[in-house]
Design a protein around this ligand. Sequence first.
Ligand SMILES: NC(=O)c1ccc[n+]([C@@H]2O[C@H](COP(=O)([O-])OP(=O)(O)OC[C@H]3O[C@@H](n4cnc5c(N)ncnc54)[C@H](O)[C@@H]3O)[C@@H](O)[C@H]2O)c1
Length: 326
Amino acid sequence: MKQPVRVTVTGAAGQIGYALLFRIASGAMLGDDQPVILHLLDITPAMDALQGVRMELEDCAFPLLAGVVCTDDPNVGFKDADYALLVGARPRGPGMERKDLLEANAAIFSVQGKAIDQNASKNIKVLVVGNPANTNALIAQRNAPSISPRNFTAMTRLDHNRAMTQIAIKTGKTVNDVTNMTIWGNHSATQYPDLFNAKVSGQTASDLVDQAWLEGDFIPTVQQRGAAIIKARGASSAASAANAAIGHVRSWALGTEGDDWVSMGVYSDGSYGIAEGLIYSFPCRCKDGEWEIVQGVEVNDFSRAKMQASEQELAEERDGVKHLLP
Ligand SMILES: NC(=O)c1ccc[n+]([C@@H]2O[C@H](COP(=O)([O-])OP(=O)(O)OC[C@H]3O[C@@H](n4cnc5c(N)ncnc54)[C@H](O)[C@@H]3O)[C@@H](O)[C@H]2O)c1
């Protein structure tokens, strides 16, 4: 048996946390030979609820669960952490402007970035799920100067999975037939799901559908899926978000399949003309615990315009919290 690794989950008492922790403890994220010690971080008023989650984790008697730490102190939460899933975030309240939301979250993610910098393993792999995920990841990263910026990522895997299923349904296939899907940009309504490079049973997906469906149906459905779920369920997506977080970290830690790739919000190195330093979703392949941006993916004029619109939004988000960035 391997040595246990420490996995910090913030917002652990929330609804995504409840759908996530049991799967991490079962081995779904890091493999069925990797014991984990879970560090559950939430705010002080959530500590009672968190104890309930701990009791349920204990009651599962997971063979891979080597310990559970519950805390409201980020320094304890990130102590020696090898992985961190930053799920807890401030939701948009009534009358709250986008700018207020960005600032409220900037406060949370700068504290957590500093705590990661001071306490976590220098090789920690961080996934930000809490929204606005890309900019929250940027803030955490900038507050952790002793850790490589490559170790901070944001989640667009849920959008990626949504796009795979939509094209599979449209073409009468299953997700097993879909490869090379890419979500470009921000995890927001400006994200761009790319069918010009995606493949269905080896055929280019955009050749199998008409442009009207691609533009008028597919792209808005993927972009607006989160809102559609809130409307239908009266609560935001939780199980599918947790599933995507498991998939993101699993791909990163254990590798992507063959020639296929996944979508990850990662530190831009200027690939595809995207401003360096933004946390932008690109097609990524992973091997030996490292991701790389897939190069040479074809970008036509239609794609370019959509990729730039999302880049522009991310630059505006970054500029909106500039005064809080070190
Ligand atoms: N990237 C994506 O694809 C995606 C998908 C779905 C949801 N989300 C986002 O994930 C986040 C969590 O969603 P949820 O449904 O679990 O929300 P939730 O409200 O059920 O839970 C959030 C939890 O975070 C905690 N929290 C708040 N501030 C904290 C802090 N400073 N430190 C630690 N914990 C803190 C809260 O106490 C709560 O327990 C939201 O921001 C949501 O928008 C992202």
